[in-house]
Design a protein around this ligand. Structure first.
Ligand SMILES: Cc1cc2nc3c(=O)[nH]c(=O)nc-3n(C[C@H](O)[C@H](O)[C@H](O)COP(=O)(O)O)c2cc1C
Length: 185
């Protein structure tokens, strides 16, 4: 019996298993991936986000954010993102490229309604996220459904690196139905 990192198929399954763990397990590395975008001026920008939903059948992920945060302006200019995860326990790096659609208002009303009250506080800050303030705490938070946005991401490619006794690297693409190919690491 081979290990999960030895075949393209098993590695692909392990990647999605790992990503799914991020939904239920707050300590899992896939819970807080790095989400990178391109700024309107072309600069790379990266930040930590919480993984909120995964659909393994369609290869989609979802994240929540403030509609008035800078990343929204970046995604409006360039609706693409990269995701980075380092799962140290599995010695597995996962990188994804994704198309991103921003949903807000009525489209996310039912998700907002089901958020716990303390989570709603993350959406609705005055002044808006990223605005300069004179003192560190010169802002107020009021839950605001109009500030709540969901980033619906369609995964296009997955680049996986496994650092075991041997190093293995594979690339999977939606365009070839996730068949996968080995790459030199
Ligand atoms: C552990 C952790 C989890 C975070 N989760 C989110 C999140 O789910 N959504 C979000 O918009 N920002 C989240 N943030 C804050 C972002 O990293 C970032 O500071 C903020 O969204 C502003 O980014 P922007 O100016 O690029 O839009 C999180 C930060 C940390 C440290």
């Amino acid at each position: 019996m081979s290990d999960w990192f030895e075949t393209l198929e098993a590695l692909h399954a392990e990647i999605w298993d790992s990503v799914v763990q991020g939904i239920g397990n707050s300590d899992h590395p896939t819970r807080t991936p790095t989400f990178a975008t391109v700024s309107p001026k072309g600069w790379p920008e990266a930040r930590t986000v919480v993984l909120r939903a995964v659909d393994t059948e369609y290869g989609t992920l979802a994240f929540y954010t403030d509609l008035f945060s800078d990343k929204i302006r970046s995604l409006q200019a360039t609706p693409r993102a990269a995701l980075h995860i380092w799962d140290a326990e599995k010695a597995l790096q996962i990188r994804m490229s994704m198309h991103v659609k921003i949903a807000s208002g009525d489209a996310v009303k039912s998700i907002w309604a089901n958020l716990p009250e303390h989570s709603k506080l993350s959406y609705g800050v005055d002044p808006a996220p990223g605005q300069p303030i004179k003192q560190a705490l010169n802002y107020s938070k009021t839950p605001d459904p109009a500030a709540f946005a969901v980033l619906n991401c369609e995964v296009l490619t997955i680049d996986a690196v496994h650092l075991g006794d041997d190093h293995r690297r594979a690339i999977y693409s939606r365009s070839d139905d996730w068949m996968g190919h080995w790459l030199s690491p």
